[in-house]
Structure formats: C-alpha cells, structure tokens
Design a protein around this ligand. Sequence first.
Ligand SMILES: [Fe+2]
Ligand SMILES: [Fe+2]
Length: 214
Amino acid sequence: MATKKQESTGLLKLLEDQLADIYYAEKQLLKALPKMAKAATNNDLRAAFEGHLEETQGQVQRLEEAFSAMDLPAKGKKCPAIDGILEEGKEIMEEFADDAALDAGLVAAAQKVEHYEIASYGSMCAWAEQLGLHDVAGLLTETLEEEKGADEKLSEIAETVVNLEAEDSDEEEAGELEEVGNGSGRSAKAKGAAAKGMGKGSATTTKPNRNGKR
Ligand SMILES: [Fe+2]
Ligand SMILES: [Fe+2]
C-alpha cells in the first residue's frame, strides 16, 4: 500500500492528477446536463442530453473503479477548464433563451465539453497502457468511446435539424427587416449573409469532430 505513494512520479503522477481532474469534470457535468436538457427546444437534442447524462453517471462509476484499481481514493480536483466551458454554456442559455439559435448554441457548448473529454481520456488511455495499467486503460477506453459517440450524435443533430432551424429563423428576421426598408435594407442583407455564414461555419465545426472520432 505504502509503496504506491513512492511510485507516484512522472507519468503515473500525471495520470493520477488527470483522473482527479476529469472526475471533477464529470461530476460538474452531472449537474449541467439536466439544465442543458431542460433548455433544449429540439426533442432530439433534449434526448441526446438525457442519454448522455445516463452515460455520464456510468462514467463516474468507471472512474471510481479506476481509482480503486490504482489503490487511490476517488477524489476530484478543481478543473478550471470545464468550469469555464460550462460557464460559457450558461451564458449562451441566458443570452439566447428566447432565440431560435439557442439549440445551435447548446450543441456548440456541449461539443466543447466532449472535445475536452476526448482529449483528456485519449491521453489518459495512452498513459495507462504505457504504465501497464491495462484494466484502467480498458475502463478509460470505454468512456472515451462514449464521449466520441456523444460528439458524433451532436454533430448529426446540428447538421440535420438545429442549424437549419437557426438559419431559417434568421432569414425570416432578415426578411422582416427588408420589408421595413430604409437604411435597414443593408443591415438586413448583412444579417442574411451572417445567417448563411453561420450555417457554413457550423458545418465546418463538425469536420474536426469527425476527424476527432478516429
Ligand atoms: Fe463524460
Ligand atoms: Fe461527455
């Protein structure tokens, strides 16, 4: 038991540190995902958040198994990165509460979380393998696959529904502005272009996700 402490240097220390980081992050997500599900107006998006909440509960358990396998107490360490990403998500929920682009914003916020998790679990899997902690690596790989799946699902939702809804609504707004006329005609055009740009931008943001998948 005591020998474990002496071994905690280098890669092992890093793995322990990052396990505590992601344990904190997952626990924060247990609180954030129900709020995101509640805020989502699109049914598929809400279901995706609810489904991932269930997965996240399993992921927390898996991390506790990993701690146990390493003879460590399950203990989180404050992760400013996830706090920041979730704070941004909260801002989007507030600022776009009555906006048709809310769901698109929620998808983006959620994908930022998934990408953080994918990077973190990906690194930890490699370290655990390197350290010969194959049981730990197996647990982390299971979660890594779930995070990739969640990210993929969000990309699909964004492509098929959410971004289209946001774009349609912006175009309607632009149309209304054009009818009002005057100098606002120019801003209406700019707004229409912005709406199109948003659709394209969102499409490109899905590309790294696909790359990140493999
Ligand atoms: Fe997770
Ligand atoms: Fe996740």
